[in-house]
Design a protein around this ligand. Structure first.
Ligand SMILES: [Zn+2]
Length: 363
């Protein structure tokens, strides 16, 4: 087992923890911090989560062929929230948010210079432009996020929408996976459900909405139009899909949502940043009885990391996964590696760590 793609033992229903650990192991700025900047000796004793994650991170990237047993780390994770009851199934997206929050606190405590590598890596923002329909008075509200949680729209788009946003090859793959044989005409004219893709979920999220709100200029409640715009693109873009509905009839939305290899934000923002897909977490099964596994891209090769099962897979396998969380890296932080006879790949390149994050010299 080579560095970065190691087996991690499942300690009874801990695939939600394993998949998140494997996800974060492929975030380059974190890899630099955990494998190059922090050492066992520089982590204060009271920062247990940081110490255990640091150890785990280095096991994942070690040259040795080891099967990782994360017992101490998992037990620490159980203490992070009363919801993480040992040996029960949990939501990996919820775990990711709780874990990042606690990890951030401990990282900041280990380097009290006020720099957050977690925010620096994952934080993005969109801005809601709120306009009164009567007097046009406009306000703006910035909404920061560490991950964007998208609804899966109920009415799927036509294949033509997909066509214009995804590459021809990806559209072909959608078609193949649906029926084997395919004609755009059949899909457009028949009433069958067309296929969803990530652009459509993003499009729905950034759609204009109407709402009643107080207008400072009219000085009373008026109809407003909310227009969300992407204003701060994160370095690593985490997107989760709202697959689980917790209400009286708790259920799971099992619709397949295709994620493109390359994501261009030009459709939602004037900034026009481009991203490259680097990881996909799949949830298979049902609401209360399911399983998580992750696909990661390491130097252009896709790998399936499924607890104790680790294997090379094709892009088609990733493309057909029932995506729950996907992670993109901004292309301007990547190195482009051309491959003969194939699409070029984008690999993370080392970025210079802010000096505030470097360990302080002995005084
Ligand atoms: Zn007004």
């Amino acid at each position: 087992m080579e560095p970065g793609v190691k087996e991690i033992q499942n300690l009874k229903n801990t695939c939600y923890i394993n998949s998140i650990v494997q996800l974060l192991a492929h975030v380059w700025p974190l890899k630099q911090v955990f494998c190059e900047v922090l050492t066992k000796e520089t982590i204060p004793e009271n920062l247990e989560l940081l110490a255990l994650f640091h150890q785990l991170y280095n096991e994942i990237w070690s040259e040795n062929s080891i099967r990782i047993k994360p017992k101490a780390f998992v037990e620490k994770c159980y203490t992070l929230s009363p919801y993480f009851v040992p040996k029960t199934q949990q939501d990996c997206q919820e775990f990711l948010m709780v874990f990042l929050d606690k990890l951030d606190q401990e990282l900041m405590n280990s380097h009290p210079q006020g720099f957050s590598i977690i925010s620096d890596t994952f934080k993005g923002a969109f801005t809601n432009e709120i306009k009164c329909t009567v007097c046009s008075f406009t306000t703006e509200k910035i909404e920061p996020f560490l991950q964007l949680d998208l609804s899966i729209p109920e009415n799927a788009p036509s294949i033509r929408t997909i066509d214009c946003l995804m590459s021809a090859k990806e559209t072909m793959m959608i078609s193949d996976s649906q029926h084997g044989l395919f004609s755009p005409l059949i899909s457009v004219f028949s009433k069958e459900k067309a296929t969803l893709n990530l652009y459509y979920c993003l499009k729905a999220f950034f759609q204009e909405q109407n709402t009643e709100a107080y207008c400072q200029q009219c000085q009373c409640e008026k109809l407003h139009i909310i227009h969300p715009k992407f204003t701060e693109p994160p370095k690593y873009f985490l997107i989760s899909l709202k697959r689980f509905k917790y209400n009286f009839w708790s259920s799971k939305v099992s619709d397949k949502v295709f994620v493109p290899k390359n994501l261009n934000l030009a459709h939602f923002s004037s900034l026009g940043f481009e991203y490259s897909l680097c990881a996909v977490i799949e949830h298979s099964g049902f609401l209360f009885r399911g399983h998580y596994k992750i696909y990661v891209n390491k130097l252009g090769q896709w790998w399936l990391l499924d607890d104790s099962k680790v294997e090379k897979v094709s892009w088609e396998d990733v493309f057909n996964a029932q995506t729950y969380i996907c992670m993109y890296v901004r292309k301007d932080l990547c190195q482009r590696i051309p491959i003969e006879g194939s699409e070029s790949i984008y690999c993370h390149k080392n970025i210079s760590m802010p000096s505030r994050f470097m360990p302080r010299n002995e005084e």
